[in-house]
Design a protein around this ligand. Structure first.
Ligand code: SF4
Ligand code: SF4
Length: 209
């Protein structure tokens, strides 16, 4: 019998606890987003899918060489001024969002976006092609990029070399420190031999006179 009433008490109290929480949230502002119509605003430093601005990329290969999982594919043809990029792709299946590519890109073309949703049915579609060779190839050489009107990185002025420093003789280079009035008597007492004051002792010259 006691167990019967204990069960009733347990049930009623747990329902009341649940209702208490429900009532507390009834008048609060909803936090649910109506995804995909509404998207969450991510923090500034959030690392989403890697994005490359192909107008700035010059196919230097730094990002591909640094990528620890080798998920950046860059292909180019030709040499020197004739060199053209034919493919730039990233396999998001492999990317670990380490940001090594973005931190070392010298043109700042590759960045971590705030894009967090690339839901797909087929994993093969997560290999993103950033350029289509049918639309034209991208010049890699700086001079060709300038000629064709592509974005080029501003040239940084090299710092001027400093003039050589002339070596001075040791005495000139390190002059003896000036003795302070307080320190002078002390220093003198340490270095100079003790002599009796001249006034106490008649000089030989005076005696001769
Ligand atoms: S974020 Fe890291 S893993 Fe992803 S493409 Fe860049 S270097 Fe590769
Ligand atoms: S490091 Fe930057 S400029 Fe060089 S290939 Fe990668 S994205 Fe392009």
């Amino acid at each position: 019998m006691a167990q019967y009433f204990a069960d009733i008490y347990e049930t009623v109290s747990s329902v009341l606890k649940g209702m208490q929480i429900t009532i507390k949230h009834i008048y609060r502002k909803p936090v649910t987003l109506q995804y995909p119509d509404e998207r969450q605003v991510m923090p500034e430093r959030y690392r989403g899918f890697v994005h490359n601005d192909m107008t700035k990329c010059d196919s230097c290969n730094i990002c591909a060489k640094l990528c620890p999982v080798d998920c950046i594919y860059i292909e180019a043809e030709g040499k020197a001024k004739e060199r053209m990029m034919t493919r730039y792709a990233i396999d998001y299946n492999k990317c670990i969002w380490c940001s090594l590519c973005t931190e070392n890109c010298h043109t700042g073309s590759i960045t971590m976006s705030h894009d967090y949703d690339h839901s797909v049915y087929d994993r093969k579609t997560l290999v993103y092609e950033f350029m289509d060779p049918a639309d034209g190839l991208i010049p890699c050489h700086r001079a060709t990029r300038v000629d064709m009107g592509w974005w080029v990185e501003e040239k940084k002025e090299k710092p001027k070399p400093k003039p050589p420093v002339e070596e001075k003789p040791a005495a000139e280079a390190a002059p003896a420190p000036e003795a302070t009035p307080e320190a002078a008597p002390e220093a003198a007492s340490e270095t100079a031999p003790e002599v009796a004051p001249e006034t106490d002792k008649p000089s030989d010259d005076k005696g001769a006179e």
